[in-house]
Design a protein around this ligand. Sequence first.
Ligand SMILES: [Zn+2]
Ligand SMILES: [Zn+2]
Length: 193
Amino acid sequence: MNAPALQTILIAPVGDFDPALLAAVGRGIERVFRTAVRVETILPDLAFAFDPTRRQYHSTAILKALAASAPPDAFKLLALVRVDLFIPILTHVYGEAQLGGSACVLSIHRLNCVPGARGGAEGACLRIVKEALHELGHTFGLRHCPDPACLMHYCRSEQDVDRKSDAPCRYCRVLLEDALRGTAAACRAGRDG
Ligand SMILES: [Zn+2]
Ligand SMILES: [Zn+2]
């Protein structure tokens, strides 16, 4: 029997999301990472990650639960959540990723319609796609990039997100191509062996 392809990036929404938004994230993934994409619910709720003192959800706990529940064909998993996320040293984070690992999470909580940021559902969708691709970029080993127009630039505000593009810069693209070649080689080896 053939082993699964291990080349699918899984979008794992927690709660209800606009299908048009999930489709836009999926198209972005196909464009930047050139892999298959699938949407599947992995985590039915996030109560396990809730911090009652901060009234926010601990993103690292979500990453652990997500990675532990990965279906065999999914080599990267992106949880999309609506709740506000934190890590202990910061007031909030848009998302978090395992650098060079399998799991990442993005919250739409602060990227949705924001005063002073590009307006409407279209602006929100663009921001969410950019930051979803950014978190997935980390799972391919990409670190933060000083180029403010690069997908891998670290954004401190929604306006910063609006200013950057939805693609990696030339430098990050080279690193990503190396990572993608490594993934393809590992999958071929997996099928042969
Ligand atoms: Zn980042
Ligand atoms: Zn870059």
